[in-house]
Design a protein around this ligand. Sequence first.
Ligand SMILES: [Zn+2]
Length: 310
Amino acid sequence: MKTRIYTHPSGLQHDTGPGHPESSARLQTLLDLFAEQDWPLTEAPETELAWLYRVHQKDYVMALELAIPENDQENELRYVDADTVVCSGSWEAALTAAGAVCQAVDDVLSADDQHNRAFCAIRPPGHHAGPMNAEGFCLFNNIMIGARHALSHDKIDRVAVIDFDVHHGNGSDEITRAHDNIFYASTHQFPLYPGTGLPEDNVENRVVNVPLFAKSGAAEFRAAYTDIVFPQLESFAPDLLMISAGFDAHQDDPVGGLNLIEDDYRWITEELAKIADKHCGGKIVSALEGGYDLNALKSSVFAHIEALNK
Ligand SMILES: [Zn+2]
């Protein structure tokens, strides 16, 4: 299997309370998929705290740890943002989510071209988390921690992150602007939470935001990449390609209002793999972000991993 899958059971212990869309059932659904497909799993380690500080302020990391409820007998939940919840299991889940991406980066960078793809089945997601804050179900910005970790490797000078989640990754965008050697491109529904990601703020060949109107589908999504994102990504010529893989732009998703289907996720993954083959020896690290309809999440992740495996 070309794609190594990283996950950790602590992702199931991050309890967000009844009715919350970012539930442990999402990860359980993917674990069921991996078992059905007989795909092997690699258990993710916890991130080093020092690796978090490459992206997040130390004060924020310490404040978040203090906000985690200690007693797991009482099932206490605490809100660290309007819609971001922590319980006693959230700290280990957050550390292994970021740790999964860092381990995937280390392994992909040292892999031969038959094993140079990784998918991190992790929660909580990360792309809304900023240097100083949790936000939008996200505690640590897993993909940006992974990008900065990749840049700590001697031969890696440029890392590109492509974000096809239905929401703009405002945390990832902010962090990218602080680091010249990271490229960030996002397609997202607009207007929609968090209300950022307009093209007038773009930085040519470095920060590329492409908003899509509600009800946009395959044609608009594919044109955004073909006409706008891919030329700038090719110009940036990354040494590693990373994906913020959110699947909430699926037509069945209850949170987003775009009309993508599984074949669109297969298409974007195949196209990104062609660009990775051309510029960075095929090396791709993908990490789960959103995706809240369990059936759509399962079939979309299946299409994504199948395409990574090619
Ligand atoms: Zn999302």
